[in-house]
Design a binder for this molecule. Sequence first.
Ligand code: AMP
Ligand code: MG
Length: 591
Amino acid sequence: MNIQLPIPILGFAAYSGTGKTTLLEALLPKLTNAGLRIGMLKHAHHNFDVDKEGKDSYRLRKAGASQMLISSRNRYALMTETPESESEFDYLLTRFDTDKLDIILVEGCKNIAFPKIELHREVVGKPWLYPSDNNIIAIAADSNVTDSSLPQMNINDLDAIAQFVIDYAQQNNQPKAQKSEGACCDTLSPAFLSVTQGQEKILSLVAPVQEVEGCSIADTVGRVLANDVSSPVNVPQYTNSAMDGYAIRGEDAELSDFDVVAEVLAGHAYDKPLEKGQAVKIMTGAPTPENADTVIMREQAQQEGDKVTFNASIKVGQNVRQAGEDLAKGSAVFEKGQRFASPEMGMIASLGFGQCEVFRKLKVAIFSTGDEVQAPGSEQQENAIYDSNRFTIMGMLNNLGCEILDFGIIEDNEALMIEALENASQQADVVITSGGVSVGDADYIKLALDKLGQIDFWRINMRPGRPLAFGQINNKPFFGLPGNPVAVMVSFINFVEPALRKMQGEVNWQPLKVNAIATEDLRSRQGRTEFSRGIYELDARGQLTVRTTGKQGSGILRSMSEANCLIEVSPAVDTVKTGESVTIIPLQGRI
Ligand code: AMP
Ligand code: MG
């Protein structure tokens, strides 16, 4: 290879049968998820057709077009006939639009000189390439090599291979200036992470609180259960009628009329066994008498004096709720880690519990930073903005049932910052700040955090909310959220809320995500997750649709207020067009 590409190139070299394509197919999602935009060059030994026989492009090509370009809303393809000879590798590379890519991966082209990972499986029974090919820069195999100092990975460890490619892309990307605007620092700064990587990292570093306390059922809303609960009783306790009507013995169903021997209201019982031909008038919820296993609803009955007849066919066992049908005595009801909402409160009460064991409340310290930030409730000063972040954070913490320690606004002064952070971390389980974490600005919180140790400054491949600091102060998790009001909320939703839920002891929480049809074009950028503020609704045809709230600036807090969801456009997607399906994250109950 003789040309200089503005982006790195990396090949995967192996003999056929090693499973190159399968490996790459599994690898690509991991790379796009990490924000890499991938170009792929594949060499095929055989003749191939891209389009299918009978398709317009196929027909025109076969009819004589030596170059055939077909384009639609989602992609275009240029097919060029090369009857004389195969195109040069270098020439093919120039066909890529490197402004829109971070790396080119090559499958095949074993004999051309450019950096490659050797893939090797013992069962294929082929020789190693690395001893005679100094373009091999790493080995992914299912056996160990002892005579080489090349980095080695297990061929089945996709995460390790993905990390190698990510690191390689980072190390070999040229400085920003040489690249187009579109592909700048976002994807390739030192600590760039995808949303999922950030979430996973944070979740792996926080642990649930241990302390448990008793809580009366009336106060359990939002609390998290600290032990498994099984039912001490049958629910319902006794077999009872599901209808207002007449209880009879199923075996009597064919009889033409019945003697009404009693009337039973809920809370009372008929204490004799039912005899042949007898019926008991019964109300919903009242216990069915012994032998009675079938209830005929009142609307299907005619009673005259003590005689009743039924004008509908009777199915034995109908309209009766069996004891323990809802929950049998001893059966599992809730598992440790269940968060209480109204159904859980009702259920635990229905088992007769007056109180239950819950994890203690999480204490969360919050403060705002920035000399320009002013507390509301006083006359606005020059060059100041009122603090909104502390209050949006408070609201979201309240929804999660956290105890809030409000440290107010800390001015941009290193010593005061350190004192406040130390103090907050001693009193709280978690510390959250907003502002001052953007990479490149000289806010004091960064200086303070550097002194306190253990804090990483990340750039998340998302918008809004790219900068995020996360770490530990005195072994307490610390979140440094961005300053822009929408970015604060979007970062909280994506990173803080899942972590707090885990710390509260909640198990297996997942945010609700559903698909809706976009009713407008949604612009995004490949390689980052775009969270637009959206409004979803059912259209006249009953289809779930979504539109944005309009202008999406990360300072426009009104967009959060008008939204009922976030629209999530994944890193693999460039633009969502009107009529296409997109993921939405409903926000009810969360903000
Ligand atoms: P920073 O990350 O500190 O540069 O802040 C980014 C933007 O968010 C700036 O325009 C800040 O003025 C604004 N900002 C920072 N903190 C707050 C806050 N507590 N309330 C509202 N806006 C804020
Ligand atoms: Mg600031």
